[in-house]
Write a protein that binds this ligand. Structure first.
Ligand SMILES: N[C@@H](CCC(=O)N[C@@H](CS)C(=O)NCC(=O)O)C(=O)O
Length: 290
């Protein structure tokens, strides 16, 4: 096995700023705000502070799905949080999410604003608020929540483990890539076996479990994450492929994945969303070079 130089940890860890990793400029061992910064507030009951990463996309897809079902109370303003610039460490953002990560939601529809952080908690909150995409029958609800929490527990091995060491770390460490590639393929197989027996993760119906898992594992299966499609041979997971395509074709999913997106084709990016018409305006602006 090729190895990077041997490392003997010192007795006490110390912070080496700028260790060369892709996110070295924003990673820090201390929580809390680094600067005072007010967040903008729009006209809708729901204020979302986010970015179009897989964790952010879960929430914008959910909101677009709720709107598509006719829940006008799900109208939202989506503001861009540039994590590369450290916006997640601004004082107002930290007041909504003490963990300084997107997505963060503020529900201003009641007498007192309610903050919600962690994408899984936001999905459950919205599902319960609008009575949609989370079954109420105990067995179906348990299955849905099991897959939702599977995602929350599993994706850090994919993103923070495999993705980090395969694509972002300043050195390629065979041991780390091997360990997390194995776990990522195991997770894809878990999903593939489930989706061989069931149309959606929770059962016959599309739920917040699919909404949470799709941006990560659907993205991975379609070759959109870490440039790793060939390395992981993602085409082999046929049931995941079928499910990923099925979800990608939903109109609300097509809209939701554009919101707060800052990479890819310009026509696929809607940096902020304040109105349903923003999707049309955005496409027209981009077509006319605006
Ligand atoms: N478990 C969290 C993870 C959120 C997360 O990792 N967000 C990333 C972007 S995808 C982030 O904001 N990173 C900024 C940072 O770590 O400083 C969730 O599901 O909401």
């Amino acid at each position: 096995m090729s190895s990077s130089s041997e490392y003997t940890p010192p007795a006490v860890w110390t912070w080496k700023q700028g260790n060369g990793g892709r996110f070295a400029n924003i990673n820090r061992p201390i929580a809390g705000a680094t600067h005072e910064k007010a967040l903008p507030v729009g006209k809708h009951p729901l204020q979302l502070y986010s970015l179009g990463t897989p964790n952010g996309v879960k929430v914008t897809v959910m909101l677009e799905e709720l709107l598509a079902l006719g829940h006008s109370g799900a109208e939202y303003d989506a503001w861009l949080i540039k994590i590369g610039d450290g916006d997640q460490f601004g004082s107002d953002f930290v007041a909504i999410n003490p963990n300084s990560k997107i997505p963060a939601l503020l529900d201003r529809s009641g007498p007192k604003p309610i903050r919600v952080f962690e994408s899984g908690a936001i999905l459950v909150y919205l599902a319960e608020k609008f009575g949609a995409f989370l079954p109420t029958e105990p067995a179906a609800r348990a299955e849905c929540l099991s897959w939702l929490f599977w995602q929350m527990g599993s994706a850090p091995y994919l993103g923070g483990g495999f993705g980090h060491f395969y694509a972002y770390a300043p050195v390629k460490i065979e041991y780390a890539i091997d360990r997390f590639a194995m776990e990522t393929k195991r997770q894809l197989d878990v999903l593939d076996r489930r989706l061989a027996e069931s149309e959606y993760l929770g059962g016959a119906d599309y739920t917040i479990a699919d909404i949470a898992v799709w941006p990560w594992y659907g993205g991975l299966a379609k070759g959109l994450l870490y440039g790793a499609a060939e390395f992981l041979q993602v085409q082999e997971y046929k049931n995941v492929q079928r499910w990923a395509d099925q979800i990608a074709n939903r109109p609300a999913v097509r809209r939701g994945r554009m919101v707060n997106r800052v990479q890819g084709e310009l026509s696929s990016q809607l940096h902020e969303r304040h109105d349903a018409a923003d999707f049309d305006t955005q496409t027209q602006d981009k077509l006319s070079g605006g």
